[in-house]
Design a protein around this ligand. Structure first.
Ligand code: GDP
Ligand code: MG
Length: 832
């Protein structure tokens, strides 16, 4: 490295050098992205005054007074803050008000007005042309080869800034394989240029942007010069630069560096970014897919526990490179790492990934990078008519085609749901008969009493009923995993993006929505692939409107009982109503809570892969674990509680009267056996109805009945809904108990249907009339669709957002459900 550069970068006085009791003013903060950001947030900005409270040589941390408060920084952090020392007198007469004033200028002089910019880009993208035009120097332009790997420094004056430009060798990538690549990477990592100027050949975007993705991983402050812009225009190509800039999170300026066009604009952006004046910047992550992201997180976590890399490098970048198996990075990390655990963890993760994918981790990572680039370009780039010659990924042309995309998507979804229910029906039947058998066995083995009742009517009936949906859930998740693993889901998200944007959402929300038809819990977890908070929250609170599979049995019961015609249509309308409600909700909430935030993200188009059975099973399992946990915990406990509330109290004068009557019939010698059994059966039914009405849940149901009355629901319906708070699956079993159907196990649902059909109002103005009309039944399904998501889903909402949004979801959904069911009621009255 040449001397000038050393002078520029190495010798500056830093906060770590200032002694106890002395004052200084901050020139600038160096170091990588998030670390630098944190320091800036703490008030360590250019022009701010700092007093050293305690700085013992070689001791950590150092204590400072800044903005009237005390903070401590570690030595390594303090060494990244460049300062000028000032005397106590000057310090006492100087206050910083957040903007650089003449005072500040006088103290800082020309310190911090030198901005170190590194030109990084592919060979022949026009770096040297840019450099020559900007600096007035005469470096050799043309193909770079055979020249020693080195950088050239030159200077550009912009206002009172001196921009020191380093022309680096051209590279296609930033790995360890060629001397140029090693040189450029080390330059960025060790010299910490203030800004990396990514020079991109606009006539060859896909290949050039690959390097950009590596810079994004490195998390360095960046400006992009979109060079050869004349070529792009000549080709008739179109690029939406504003959108691309928004997607990438840094400024992009078109340039024609052979003519010097755009250089001044680039420099203006460089200065803005350096002075933190550029508003439209954000740090984005390239999404490497669930498995790799998981590994990256594991490595990062270990790194934070073991290494002291404070601010020097982005841990995410190091983790990605370690995962890719980069020897140099692994050596470098090894130097910080006393017990070698980080490298070991990374090796384990890499082996695991490679075993799972049968592919090099580095290949998978570059695949994802190209996926990111393709996604960004598909959204912003239109190729000129006469140059349509992209053979690669022609499948995408079909799958994301404006006309073909939707029918294909609908076909896949239809196929997926069809499979879920037709294939799932078999194991579902087996499980049902298994639990029926288990109930019978226990009935025969155990003596009559509370334990038997709890086991048979409580636990087996409740959990067994829920368990029978497990096959459907597993199959649905299996298909979703396959669609994700092949890379199709990303395309689906892509074609949904425009539509989703209209509702204020992101295309990626589409995946959680689809999962939501299975179960809201994993769906809410799946929102983690959404990068920004607004999209995540909107998706999280609207996912519960996607009718989860637990609600399906209720619909099936009610539809088969009250709709003889158009059953499919009724069911579809319920699902559609859920989707429409989600859209309206998202529009409203966005308007109300997130008006300011506007953000766009790249929709990655990962390479297509042949899905392996093993991977699909692993991913299916990941998603199902949540559901299983819910069954083992929430549903089990809720079932027991509901059972107990129904079971007690066991005695009242009325109940005892029935019992006495039954005994009387049994003792009656004059009756023949058949009449006897029939009478006893009827009496027992009446007794259990009376018992339930008198039970705690019955009393509670009557207490809240007025709330449901305007909707045309009786108290049993209300109680069933309340039991559904725990889990929607419970609604059907509650109805089974409350409408006391006298079913043999296998005819259970037929019997329940009959007793629903024949159920009448026992009091009030409609006494004697049937409770369930098709309209009431429809309103009831609407309520079930929209109201309070189950406890497990709400817990997930809280975990993935916060308490506030959880409460909002609970109250909002239930209110919407009530209003919607009420509207159904009103329509039914008006319509007759
Ligand atoms: P480097 O390898 O990145 O340093 O690229 P050079 O600066 O050596 O440029 C390579 C070739 O591209 C030279 O022939 C330049 O004249 C040409 N070039 C550079 N910038 C532009 C541009 O914006 N438009 C066009 N049409 N040609 C350019
Ligand atoms: Mg060059």
């Amino acid at each position: 490295m040449n001397n000038e550069q050393h002078e520029q970068v190495g010798k500056a006085l830093t906060l770590a050098d200032v002694k106890t009791g002395e004052y200084c003013v901050i020139v600038r903060v160096t170091g990588h992205g998030s670390f630098r950001h944190r320091l800036l947030e703490m008030g360590f900005v250019r022009g701010e005054k700092v007093k050293v409270i305690r700085n013992a040589p070689l001791r950590d941390p150092i204590e400072y007074e800044i903005m009237g408060g005390h903070v401590s920084l570690r030595r390594i952090e303090a060494s990244r803050v460049e300062v000028v020392p000032v005397s106590e007198e000057i310090a006492n007469n100087y206050t910083f008000h957040g903007t650089v004033t003449e005072d500040t200028e006088r103290i800082l002089g020309h310190k911090g007005k030198r901005i170190h910019v590194a030109l990084v880009g592919n060979p022949n993208c026009g770096k040297t042309s840019f450099f020559n035009h900007a600096t007035g120097m005469r470096e050799k332009v043309g193909n770079y080869s055979g020249v020693t790997v080195d950088s050239k420094l030159g200077y550009y004056k912009y206002q009172d800034y001196t921009i020191v430009i380093a022309d680096l060798p051209g590279t296609y990538s930033l790995t360890e394989y060629t001397p140029e690549e090693r040189y450029v990477r080390e330059y960025i990592m060790e010299q910490h240029p203030d800004i990396v100027l990514d020079v991109v050949d606009a006539s060859n975007l896909e290949r050039n942007l690959f390097l950009t993705t590596q810079l994004i991983d490195m998390n360095v402050p960046m400006v992009m010069a979109l060079n050869m812009y004349d070529e792009l225009e000549k080709n008739g190509d179109q690029l939406d630069i504003d959108t691309l800039s928004e997607l990438f999170g840094f400024p992009i300026i078109p340039t024609v560096s052979s003519r010097g066009t755009g250089i001044k604009e680039v420099m203006a952006k460089v200065v803005d970014l350096y002075e933190n004046l550029e508003e439209n910047t954000k740090h984005i992550h390239i999404n490497y897919g669930t498995d790799l992201e998981k590994s990256i997180d594991i490595i990062k976590k270990d790194m934070l526990e073991h290494l002291d890399l404070s601010g020097a490098y982005s841990t995410r970048y190091l983790a990605i490179e370690l995962l890719a198996g980069d020897k140099m990075i692994s050596e470098m990390v090894g130097k910080f790492d006393d017990d070698g655990s980080v490298v070991k963890v990374a090796d384990e993760q890499r082996k695991q990934i490679e075993k799972q994918y049968h592919e090099d981790a580095a290949t998978i990572i570059s695949g994802a990078k190209y996926g990111f680039v393709r996604g960004a370009l598909l959204e912003t780039f239109t190729q000129g008519g006469d140059r349509d010659k992209q053979p690669a990924y022609s499948v995408d042309k079909i799958l994301t085609n404006r006309w073909l995309g939707f029918p294909i998507l609908i076909f896949f979804l239809w196929f997926m749901f069809q499979m879920t229910f037709t294939l799932g029906a078999y194991p579902q039947a087996w499980l049902e008969s298994f639990f029926g058998w288990l109930g019978d066995v226990i009935t025969n083995v155990l003596p009559d009493g509370i334990v038997k009742d709890l086991l048979v009517d409580g636990i087996i009936a409740g959990v067994g009923g829920v368990c029978s949906f497990l096959p459907n859930i597993l199959i649905l998740f299996f298909f979703i995993s396959i669609l994700e693993d092949t890379g199709y889901m990303a395309r689906a998200a892509f074609i949904m993006d425009k539509l989703m944007h209209r509702m204020g959402l992101h295309g990626k929300s589409f995946i959680p929505y689809i999962i939501g038809f299975g179960c809201s819990v994993p769906a809410i977890m799946a929102t983690r692939t959404l990068e920004n908070r607004k999209d995540r929250i909107l998706t999280i609170i609207t996912v519960p409107f996607m009718s989860c599979s637990a609600r399906l049995p209720v619909y099936l019961l009610i539809i088969s009982a009250f709709f003889t015609k158009h059953q499919g249509l009724v069911l579809t309308s319920i699902y559609l109503l859920g989707i429409v409600t989600a859209i309206i909700t998202s529009l409203i909430v966005k308007k109300a809570a997130f008006q300011q935030e506007r953000d766009q993200f790249v929709m990655e188009l990962p390479p297509y892969r042949i899905p392996t059975f093993r991977n699909a099973v692993i991913h299916m399992w990941d998603k199902s674990v949540q559901y299983l946990k819910k069954m083992g915990t929430v549903i089990l406990v809720a079932t027991i509680i509901i059972w107990a509330l129904e079971y007690f109290p066991q005695h009242s004068p009325q109940i005892d009267a029935y019992t006495a009557q039954i005994e009387q019939v049994e003792a009656d010698e004059t009756l023949d056996e058949a009449t006897k059994t029939a009478q006893i059966k009827q009496l027992e039914l009446d007794r259990s109805a009376c018992q339930i009405e008198n039970s705690y849940i019955g009393r509670f149901g009557k207490f809240v009945a007025p709330v449901f009355r305007p909707l045309g629901f009786d108290w049993q319906m209300g109680v069933s809904l309340i039991t559904g708070f725990a889990a929607k699956e419970i609604v059907v079993s509650s109805m089974g108990v409350l409408y006391h159907s006298d079913a043999e196990a296998d005819e259970h649902s037929m019997a329940l249907q009959k007793s629903l059909q024949s159920h009448t109002w026992s009091s009030g103005p409609q006494m004697g009339q049937p409770v369930f009309t098709p309209w009431v039944a429809f309103g009831y399904m609407v309520f079930i669709l929209l109201y309070f998501p189950c406890v497990a889903a709400l817990t997930a909402v809280k975990r993935e957002s916060n308490l506030k949004w959880m409460l909002f979801t609970a109250v909002y959904t239930t209110s919407v459900a009530w209003v919607a069911a009420f509207l159904v009621r009103v329509v039914s009255m008006v319509g007759g």
